[in-house]
Design a protein around this ligand. Structure first.
Ligand SMILES: Nc1nc2c(c(=O)[nH]1)N[C@H]1C(S)=C(S)[C@@H](COP(=O)(O)OP(=O)(O)OC[C@H]3O[C@@H](n4cnc5c(=O)[nH]c(N)nc54)[C@H](O)[C@@H]3O)O[C@H]1N2
Ligand SMILES: Nc1nc2c(c(=O)[nH]1)N[C@H]1C(S)=C(S)[C@@H](COP(=O)(O)OP(=O)(O)OC[C@H]3O[C@@H](n4cnc5c(=O)[nH]c(N)nc54)[C@H](O)[C@@H]3O)O[C@H]1N2
Ligand SMILES: [Mo]
Length: 758
């Protein structure tokens, strides 16, 4: 079902070259040639990420260089943009030629590779085909179906993190004016844990540092991110940090490419003159889920040291700004080194090395991504990161603080602008006052709860604003059933994907403009704003001719649905669409930190949303930064089982698969694989490329199996295994979500790996 159906022989040869560099250049050239983008690709890329004149790179949420001095582009950003700008089209002829049943046998790659969607389509059960429908009829169908619900909570509105801020604001307004907070989003699978933890510890749901802090810090601790593939522009910061003598500690069960050496991504076009720079001073390989124990070990070592060297901790900072230190110190003291070693899988001597780096550094930043969050104890672990930072007052000063790496290019902006199934009362009050609506107060459904509700028939309409919910979500078989149980599924998309084929009794595909494309409305060409991982908000302007004259912008699609669903609405939907400045004016009145939005967003580099915690203002119950003193998670599973993490290959963007290669991990032509420790393989008498069945054991005891995966011996701690999402969502039971964040524990599955039947 997935993969690219490549016919090449699978191979595995450990990668020894620097990250980015020639490998990236070669890969980009081959990709652009395949996509027929030889000229258009690079030209569009030159317009990307340029100070106020281009579009924001939809590739990831890593910030642009604040000084705007150079263009920092990367291999995967180029691929991502070229993929959107393809010349291929999926028009009505395509849908006439293929039934949905037939398309269901195509791979993810084949589906997306058909090109851009061109006009609205509606599913016809009689012929099992999508047929063209006018925008007016599509809106009427959506509107009527929403109007006819017994309760607005029978609808759910999913957001994938690409949506610009203006469309986001209208989308949540539509849901809340209808009367529901059912706003599941990709964040529920991504950084929900980070948001909850930072909110609890610091009173803000976001990181507090920016790129200038990265440039000033003495020590970087990077946990659970594959930066060379998923945030390639971080390599620039790592290279520069290493050059100026900063310490860089990578904490990851796998030694990823960014933990070795790199060539700055934007330099790769003129590589001849550049040499590779190391991007790591220490690599620690905890077992999967062992980060919290490791972090506690660092804290324990620092606290031990503070007995003879009072400067090891910042007592004045702790005294003045924090709450709960005594309990935290007590729990660190009570946790034995033996326990820390066994739960983290890292020896005390190595943990002390990291602790020494942390203690000697005047300023430290801790950065993390999904390797930390997609666990049962994701919230506790992120809070442990904050605990560690607080010990030495690494907050509210240059070069120090927590720095989560967000995923989708605007996933953070989506939250800021109202996509939240648990909205704050103050936000709802302002929304009610400014927009004259009565937003519901009870919490809505998140991703996991939406799937349950669809399966139970409690949610009857699913709207997907971007993304590929059907296979991005856990428990593929169950999620398919849930979506098929809906009366109506609506997908607003740029490309054909699985979520169009796994649909409700009625289904609409509504094609929209991409971020690279010119968005022309009554008042002229529109721009939209996005927020990056470091709270910088700036404008993005598309310039390319739209893939089809029938595409609408996301704000226009939301407004179209809203007007049909809410005939008596007093919201000026069409005025908003005519001029996005009007949406921004309303947002300025509703959202904290968006005062004077239209002016400030037009400043050359945009503006930074104020982070109270950065100024040592803590909106927590105690009014201080709060230590947490949670117990360490159990990381050992039953005998014979492994802990499996699902992750991305280098050549994919979430559910979009570009090729079956994973260059930095040395893999070619293979996605149906599982990485294992050589000794765990020997225990099972397995050899490289042997075929295995992987069976997950859910908390409720149920099992799920993937058959005939190829096993690859890899440098990964014993007891651990890893493989690729989204294929492995088959193994992730819907009930296996974190009780702390409701996040599916996609990096913490318990599995058995056995040789396949011959
Ligand atoms: N090119 C590209 N860029 C992307 C994406 C993409 O698919 N392609 N996706 C975007 C999105 S939405 C997101 S959220 C981010 C995701 O960015 P990442 O978080 O890098 O995503 P993953 O590939 O899931 O990899 C997670 C990393 O966690 C490590 N890991 C697994 N388990 C553990 C653990 O228990 N502890 C630690 N410390 N590490 C662990 C894995 O070895 C891997 O290096 O990237 C964004 N950027
Ligand atoms: N097992 C496992 N599962 C995971 C994860 C994991 O690590 N392991 N990671 C999770 C994470 S972090 C995330 S963020 C989710 C990702 O979940 P999603 O965000 O739902 O999935 P994507 O693959 O990013 O969505 C790709 C689709 O978005 C559409 N699209 C692209 N550009 C645009 C646009 O500009 N506008 C609109 N409207 N549509 C557009 C295209 O049709 C494309 O097919 O997956 C989650 N699933
Ligand atoms: Mo994500």
């Amino acid at each position: 079902m997935m993969g690219t159906d490549s016919t090449g022989e699978p191979s595995f040869h450990p990668y020894t070259h620097p990250a980015a560099g020639w490998g990236a250049a070669k890969s980009v050239t081959a990709f652009l040639a395949r996509e027929g983008e030889g000229i258009a690709g690079p030209r569009a890329v030159m317009k990307m990420n340029h100070e106020n004149t281009g579009f924001d790179c939809p590739g990831c949420a890593w910030p642009d260089d604040m000084k705007g001095l150079h263009l920092d582009i990367c291999e995967n950003g180029i691929k991502h943009v070229a993929w959107e700008m393809t010349h291929k089209r999926v028009g009505r002829e395509f849908f006439a030629a293929h039934t949905v049943t037939e398309l269901s046998n195509w791979s993810e790659f084949e589906l997306e590779n058909q090109g851009r969607l061109t006009e609205p389509m509606s599913y016809d059960p009689g012929t099992d085909r999508y047929l063209p429908i006018s925008w007016a009829d599509a809106f009427e169908l959506a509107g009527r179906s929403l109007r006819e619900l017994d309760d607005p909570n029978q609808a759910a509105f999913y957001t994938s993190g690409r949506l610009g801020n203006e469309a986001t604001f209208l989308y949540q307004l539509l849901a809340r004016e209808l009367g529901t907070n059912n706003l599941p989003d990709c964040s529920n699978m991504c950084h929900e844990a980070s948001g909850r933890a930072l909110q609890a510890s610091l009173g803000t749901g976001k990181g507090t540092v920016d790129l200038e802090d990265w440039e000033a810090t003495d020590a970087l601790f990077i946990l659970g991110v594959n930066a060379a593939s998923n945030a390639p522009r971080m390599l620039t910061s790592l290279v520069e940090a290493h050059k100026r003598g900063a310490q860089i500690v990578h904490i990851n069960p796998l030694v990823e490419a960014a933990a070795r050496k790199a060539i700055i991504p934007h330099d790769f076009l003129q590589m001849a003159t550049f040499r590779a720079t190391p991007t790591s001073t220490l690599n620690l390989q905890p077992r999967i889920g062992g980060d919290m124990a490791l972090l506690r070990g660092i804290a324990k070592a620092v606290l031990e040291q503070s007995k003879s060297d009072p400067k090891a901790i910042d007592a004045e900072f702790i005294d003045r700004y924090t709450f709960g230190f005594d309990d935290y110190r007590a729990v660190c003291e009570a946790t034995s080194w033996a326990e820390i070693e066994s739960r983290s899988g890292v020896g005390a001597a190595d943990i002390r090395k990291a602790a020494d780096i942390y203690r000697v550094a005047d300023r430290s930043i801790v950065s993390w991504c999904l390797g930390v969050t997609q666990h049962e104890h994701g919230v506790d672990t992120v809070r442990e990161i904050v605990n560690l930072l607080l010990l030495r007052g690494n907050l509210g000063r240059e070069g120090a603080g927590p720095s989560p790496v967000r995923g989708h290019s605007n996933v953070q902006g989506n939250r800021t602008c109202g996509i939240d199934h648990r909205p704050a009362a103050a936000f709802l009050d302002r929304l009610a006052e400014v927009c004259g609506i009565y937003p519901p107060r009870e919490h809505g459904l998140d991703t996991v709860a939406t799937i349950e509700a669809m399966a139970a028939g409690r949610v009857r309409i699913f709207v997907g604003m971007g993304g590929n919910f059907a296979i991005a979500a856990p428990d593929t078989a169950y999620t398919f059933e849930a979506l098929r149980n809906c009366e109506l599924t609506i997908q607003v998309s740029t490309k054909l994907n699985r979520s169009h084929l796994v649909h409700g009794r009625r289904a609409l595909i509504l094609p929209c403009l991409g971020r690279t494309e010119k968005d022309e409305q009554r008042s002229g060409v529109q721009s939209t704003s996005v927020e990056d991982s470091m709270s910088m908000v700036h404008l993005s302007v598309g310039m390319r001719r739209p893939a089809s004259p029938h595409l609408l912008s996301e704000p226009a699609i939301v407004a179209g649905i809203a007007q049909a669903a809410l005939p008596g609405s007093r919201t000026p939907w069409q005025d908003y669409v005519a001029d996005y400045d009007r949406i921004r004016d309303t947002m300025a009145a509703v959202l904290d930190g968006f005062e004077d939005f239209n002016r400030r967003v037009r400043l050359p580099l945009g503006f930074r949303i104020r982070q109270p915690a950065r100024e040592l203002v803590f909106r927590t119950p105690s009014g201080r930064a709060e230590f947490s003193a949670a117990a360490l998670p159990v990381t050992d599973r039953g005998p014979g089982t492994l802990t499996l993490a699902t992750m991305r290959s280098h050549d994919q963007w979430n559910t979009t698969i570009y090729s079956d290669n994973d260059r930095y991990r040395g893999i070619e032509n293979l996605r149906t694989l599982v990485f294992m420790n050589a000794e765990d393989m020997a225990d099972r008498r397995l050899r490289e490329f042997d075929e295995v069945d992987i069976t997950s054991i859910a908390r409720d005891g149920s099992t799920r199996t993937l058959q005939r995966y190829k096993v690859i011996p890899y440098d990964i701690p014993r007891g651990c295994a890893a493989g690729y999402m989204p294929e492995m969502n088959v193994l992730c039971a819907l009930g296996d979500f974190s009780t702390q964040s409701n996040q599916p524990i996609m990096k913490n599955l318990t599995v058995r790996v056995e040789r396949s039947e011959p």
